[in-house]
Design a protein around this ligand. Sequence first.
Ligand code: ZN
Length: 375
Amino acid sequence: MNVRKVLEVIQSQGTLTRADVMRCSGISAPTVSKAVSALLDAGLLEERETAEFSVGRPGKLLQLPRFSAQVIGVVLEWDYCSVVASGLDGHLHEEKLDRFKTPKTYEELIETISNKILNLVEKQEIPALGVGITVPGLVNSNDGRIFLASNLHIVDGQAPAADIASRTKMECVLVQKSTSLSLSEKTYGSGQDVEDFINLDVTSGFGMGVFTGGQLLAGQQGLAGEIAHITVEPVGGRLCGCGNVGCLETVATDLALTYYVSKRVGKDLDFDTILKLAKQGELDITEELNRTIDFLAIGVAAAINIFNPTNIFVTSRLFDLQKDAFNTLIKKAKNRALKPSSNSCEIERSKGNKYLGAVAGIINHLANGLGPRLT
Ligand SMILES: [Zn+2]
């Protein structure tokens, strides 16, 4: 617990001396000293001399490694996948971001990603501590196997972290995308000092990650917080990737809006094209946007009622489509949710991103090896 607390304090504050860590964490000097040693040994912290002298002797500053060590983030998605290197402080080495079309078969996916990771690691002289892989689907956290990825069925039943680890000989962990986004919000975003918050990722699926009392809600298999496949359109609903009809995921996401706009105009448009046309005033998407936000508000209100969070962070590009779209969501969700819960809950756009989610996933996994598990 102390190791994690020390890591969290340095993650949120940046660069600190041991005395600062003691003050910010409220942990005693010998305990801070022990936790810092464990983190330094694991490569999760680095130490440098300060130029300034305090009380007659040079102090030592602790920080998360930016250039002396790296981790790799892998983001699996239904359309494109990405591999990126990052410092442990969340500084993405974006010049090394490799984004490519998602391969058609699982074997090809594993082969492509493993080769890209090895390429990235070989090119650099700094050690890579591990690989965080995120997937938009249900992951059994006990064995790292994917139960269901309703928009990316080639990974159903597979264990990509184990398969990539055996090819790259690196420490790999698989994290549900919604979980990784809430970890990224906790580690690098607006959730740093927040105990009770929810991150909703409604880009392709309807993913929810929940922190309650400062702990990530996991459930026995890591599946807690699953909200995508509750039925909201029992009659006349669309077939969902899970096999049911009318799930929240089929009506309340960026991908759902893309589907309904494409259906109306009679050709397959992607989100970027819809955004461009809407901005240019060449495509009116008001009807589809209103409907998507209506359903999204139902999901947000349900999350507020069930978990009573202080903050809900929403990851979506729907709000780029029209100026007032986000305010409309806030109004509709607050009207639906129970007043005592909704009055004390801020709904905001999330600051974390999917790459940082994968990075936060592996850092969390490595830190779990040093102390009690968070996930
Ligand atoms: Zn479903």
